[in-house]
Design a protein around this ligand. Structure first.
Ligand SMILES: [Zn+2]
Length: 275
């Protein structure tokens, strides 16, 4: 029996875009069945219908297990343990017919079963880089003192290069980004509401004892330092210089902050989002 799969390729020729269809024929004999079981909240990444218990899946040839689990929708950055036929393996173990594959997130289950952990050890003081959809979460994290890079202009490649060079944890709502093999530290933000997102990050990375509110500029991530009244007086609105005498400034962008009504609002936010 033959199976015909068709693929559409797009190409450009002398400035014009052409589309053409090619057919590729392969034998059903090339496909081999394996059995998968995903644990914990890794199931959320799977297609509906594959989220309860074990299921079979057809693979062609002997692909790396990383590629197979990502083809099913689960980014490797979320996976902390892989067991094939009872043996703990790495991401590049080839998948063969009749394999039984268990895929674990980082959880107590994996520790109890003494499975080799695949996620690299996180730095003691984690630093983050966030994708373009997480501006509010960035401000909340900075408000609590955490080092977070964020630019609306970030391309995926910018994020990948920065996480590599600075060992930053990528926080994202983009599953596709986490499938990039160069990303070693990555986490998919489950929640969509900013208050829940910040609590999620604090819990996930055990940050509750590491918060330092008002130590970082909300706009540029720079550290804050005190500055004397005399040095800023000429740059302040008259009402501010009349009522406030204590000021801090960002070491990078030079913004000046004081404890006005906005500060009181932020205090409420800190109280609300602290876990
Ligand atoms: Zn700043």
């Amino acid at each position: 029996m033959k199976y015909s799969g068709s693929y559409i390729f797009r190409g450009a020729l002398l400035g014009a875009t052409q589309f053409w269809r090619v057919s590729r024929v392969f034998s059903m004999n090339d496909l081999r069945e394996v059995t998968f079981r995903f644990y914990g909240d890794l199931k959320r990444f799977l297609p509906q219908g594959k989220r309860t218990g074990a299921f079979t899946y057809a693979v062609k040839g002997s692909p790396a297990v990383k590629d197979t689990i990502e083809a099913l929708g689960v980014p490797h950055g979320e996976v902390d343990g892989l067991v094939i036929n009872g043996r703990s393996v790495g991401f590049y173990e080839p998948v063969k017919g009749n394999d039984t594959i268990a895929v674990y997130p980082d959880s107590s289950k994996i520790r109890l079963r003494k499975i080799k952990r695949l996620k690299p050890k996180l730095p003691a003081n984690p630093k983050f880089i966030l994708d373009v959809h997480l501006g509010k979460l960035t401000r909340h994290l900075r408000l609590l003192g955490f080092d977070c890079l964020y630019q609306r202009s970030y391309k995926d490649q910018d994020i990948v290069e920065t996480t590599l060079s600075q060992r930053r944890i990528v926080l994202t709502r983009d599953v596709g980004l986490l499938k990039n093999k160069l990303i070693k530290f990555g986490y998919f933000i489950r929640h969509t509401e900013p208050d829940k997102q910040i609590r999620e990050v604090i819990t996930k990375f055990s940050l509750s004892f590491k918060t330092k509110p008002f130590h970082r500029c909300l706009e540029c991530n720079g550290l804050i330092r005190r500055i004397s009244f005399l040095r800023v007086i000429n740059h302040l609105p008259p009402k501010v210089s009349k009522y406030y005498k204590e000021f801090v400034t960002c070491r990078i962008c030079g913004r000046v902050y004081w404890k006005g009504s906005h500060y009181k609002q932020l205090l409420k936010v800190v109280k609300r989002i602290s876990v």
